[in-house]
Every structure is written in structure tokens, then in C-alpha cells.
Design a protein around this ligand. Structure first.
Ligand code: ZN
Ligand code: ZN
Length: 411
């Protein structure tokens, strides 16, 4: 069977996270996005773990509420501020893991995403002992990623490098960028939302589609390890240009710079503040190949723009969080079942029958890959625009190379 899974979110027990990130709301909203399974995030946090254990138990590592499955995972911030993702086979392994890192963390009981005074190698050693999966989270971002702190997987995970089985691409990168780096070719790439809110522009804005025999932890693990025929068959995510660290840009005034220009200025913006190196430049610096080379097993990557953003532009709203946008979004999702169906599967004539002509037209433009994206950088998300007479010559950035939108239609 094919399932859609978002394997990185945060609960309301993490910093800067919405109060609405409770298990009930997540279970309902995930379904409306079209996602079948969500990794819980924050599972080392006592109160969050308690909330998770109140769901129906499918097996020791899989839980269910309102038809959405959950598996246990967390993100931790280790030495050099590197973020790692960890996936746990059961609740016992969560307790055991906590016991082993307890002396190395000051906020283990208070922050959903704890800091630990350990290297990637030390963390991975404990992970291996307890049969926990580990890999770098949003591996290319400028603040808290593996490639911001280290030059290679080996530098980060040392002797345990071989144990690392996956890498999370993060919102500002995609497969075409990451496969320029040779050492990543053996890894399974994950595309996850890292959402701090259940709002549909955040939750499941990136997800993975896995071929599995059941929607359980064991089956997902096999898919990540590419065992017994299980595998990731599709990565789905924002166009990397929409990510907030895609291009090198000032973290204060958001002026964008090319790599050459930024270096010439010694990473100092004309406003005096620091220019943060964008994911695009970071990957191109690390690249072993000029053009990406994909290993045989690498699935397609499809670029999706959240429906609420498309509606926002279509009806001229200022942002996707307004009541009007929400109403239009709900109208479509209630009728057609999930956001993914509306974006990809439903006939455009059927959409036209139930929503405003401007929204139908915008969805059609998205499907034809005619939406324009102004790249993000310095911590500011990229923005989308619908083509008009005035901006049609600016249509230089489109939905990424080798974008094979059609394979979503098979779902
Ligand atoms: Zn993180
Ligand atoms: Zn500046």
C-alpha cells in the first residue's frame, strides 16, 4: 500500500510552537491535508508522551487517533547546534534513551526539542544500541544543521556514519540539490514539514510517500532502510525557492546576494548586519557534481504549493491566515476530501463548479507550473505570484527542474 507521511513536527511543548499542536488537532488536520501518518515529534517530553499514549495502540511503536497513525520521534539539538532526527521502535526505547542522555541535557524535561551536550557520533552510538534510527534534520540550513557545522557526514557522525540511514532535506532544498553531493547518495531522503502549527500552510507542507505493507513503525523503518521491497516512492515538498533560507541574504533587511557578492562583502550586508549563507550556495560549495546524479532508487520529487497560498493570491488576500482564505480552503477540502486531491487529482471542471473562478484559474496555473516564485532567504520565506501581463517576463523561476508532477496522479 501507499501511504503519505510527515515525519517531523513539533508539539506545543516545544519553543515557539502553537498551543493548537495537540494530538487531537494534529490527527484531524493531517487527514484534511491528505496525510495518513505523522511522526509525533517531541516524544522525549513527558507530557507529550502521555498524550500520545492515550491514542489507540496499533502495535508497540504505532498509535492511532481519528484515523491518523502516529510513530514516535523527536528532534534534538546536539553539539555545535546541529539538529538530529530520531525514530523510536517503542515507548521503552524512549525511556531508555532519555536515561542515557539525561546527564547531558539541562532542558530534557522542559523543552520538546531538548539540547544535549553530545556530538552526532555519541548520539548515534546510543541510537544504535537501542535500535533507534538517526539522521540529520534540515541538513543544509544556515543556523542549526549538519552542513552548517561540519563538512561531511563523517565529520559529524564519525565511526557511526554507516549507521545513519536518512537525511532530511529541509524546506529550502530538494533532491536535485542534495544529489550533487556524493556522500549522500546512499541515504534515503526525507521531506517533512517541521511544522510548529496545525495550519494547512504549515502541517504536511512537505511529506513522503512510502510503499509499505501497513502504516506502522516497523514498515516505515523498512522503507527508510529500503528492505523487503519497502521504500520511499515519492518526496513531496515546497519548491526550494520558497524556503526561508534558499538564497544567501541579510538576516535583518533580507537583501539577497550572490555567493560571489557575499564573499566580496565578507558576509556583511550594506545595512551592517550579517548575510546568512543560503542553502543553494551551501550545496553548490559542497557539490561533487555540477549536475545532480541520482542513485537508481531515488524517487521523484514533486513540488507542491500549499492550497491556502494559492487561494490567497487568487482572491487578493494579504496572507493565508485570514477567515476568507480559510473558508475557501474548507469549502474545497470538505467536498473533495483532502488538500492533495484538490491540488492534483480532482478534475478542474469539478473544482470550477464549487469555487470562485479566480481560485479555479489559480489551481490550473499551479498545475501547469506557471506560478512564479520569488526566492526566500535570510529567514524570510519566498513568495508566490500568479502570472500577470506585467510580471510575465519575470517568470525565470519555475517549479524546479525534472519536476514530474504526473506521478501524483496515480495516487
Ligand atoms: Zn530543527
Ligand atoms: Zn541588511
Amino acid at each position: 500500500m501507499l501511504i503519505n507521511a510527515d515525519l517531523h513536527i513539533h508539539s506545543r511543548f516545544s519553543g515557539a510552537t502553537s498551543e493548537k499542536m495537540n494530538i487531537e488537532t494534529i490527527s484531524i488536520e493531517a487527514k484534511r491535508k491528505g496525510v495518513d501518518l505523522v511522526a509525533t515529534g517531541d516524544c522525549l517530553h513527558k507530557s507529550w508522551l502521555k498524550e500520545i499514549s492515550q491514542c489507540n495502540v496499533i502495535d508497540e511503536g504505532t498509535f492511532e487517533l481519528n484515523g491518523t497513525r502516529f510513530i514516535l520521534n523527536t528532534e534534538v539539538e546536539a553539539k555545535k547546534r546541529v539538529h538530529h532526527l530520531l525514530f523510536f521502535p517503542n515507548i521503552t526505547s524512549v525511556w531508555d534513551f532519555k536515561a542515557k542522555i539525561k546527564s547531558k541535557s539541562k532542558n530534557l524535561e522542559t523543552d520538546g526539542r531538548p539540547n544535549v551536550d553530545m556530538t552526532g557520533e555519541e548520539l548515534a552510538r546510543i541510537a544504535r544500541e537501542l535500535d533507534v534510527l538517526i539522521g540529520p534534520a534540515h541538513a543544509f540550513t544556515p543556523w542549526t544543521s549538519m552542513y552548517a557545522a561540519y563538512d561531511s557526514l563523517k565529520e559529524c557522525y564519525g565511526e557511526l556514519t554507516e549507521y545513519v540511514s536518512f537525511l532530511e532535506l529541509g524546506l529550502s532544498a530538494d533532491t536535485n540539490f542534495a544529489d550533487k553531493i556524493k556522500e549522500l547518495h546512499r541515504l534515503t531522503f526525507l521531506t517533512n514539514s517541521d511544522s510548529h502549527s496545525p495550519h494547512p500552510v504549515r502541517l504536511a507542507r512537505e511529506f513522503n510517500r512510502f510503499e509499505v505493507k501497513a502504516a506502522t513503525y516497523k514498515e516505515i523503518k523498512k522503507a527508510i532502510l529500503r528492505m523487503d521491497g519497502n521504500k520511499s516512492v515519492l518526496n513531496v515538498g515546497l519548491p526550494p525557492e520558497e524556503g526561508k533560507y534558499h538564497e544567501s541574504a541579510c538576516s535583518s533587511c533580507y537583501t539577497h546576494y550572490t555567493l560571489i557578492e557575499a564573499e566580496r562583502r565578507r558576509w556583511k550586508c550594506s545595512c551592517g548586519k550579517k548575510i546568512k549563507k543560503g542553502v543553494k550556495d551551501r550545496i553548490n560549495e559542497r557539490a561533487d557534481f555540477k549536475e545532480s546524479l541520482h542513485p537508481d532508487f531515488r524517487p521523484n520529487y514533486i513540488h507542491l504549493i500549499p492550497l491556502a497560498e494559492i487561494i490567497t493570491k487568487a482572491i487578493g488576500q494579504r496572507n493565508p491566515f485570514t477567515k476568507t482564505v480559510n473558508k475557501r480552503w474548507e469549502e474545497l477540502v470538505d467536498i473533495f476530501g483532502s488538500e492533495i486531491r484538490v491540488l492534483i487529482d480532482v478534475n478542474i471542471e469539478d473544482i470550477a463548479r464549487v469555487t470562485a473562478p479566480a481560485i479555479t484559474e489559480a489551481i490550473q496555473l499551479f498545475r501547469e507550473k506557471k506560478v512564479i516564485i520569488k526566492p526566500g532567504g535570510g529567514g524570510q520565506y519566498g513568495t508566490i505570484e500568479l502570472p500577470t501581463e506585467e510580471n510575465k517576463d519575470l517568470m525565470t523561476i519555475q517549479l524546479g527542474p525534472n519536476d514530474t508532477q504526473t506521478s501524483l496522479f496515480d495516487y
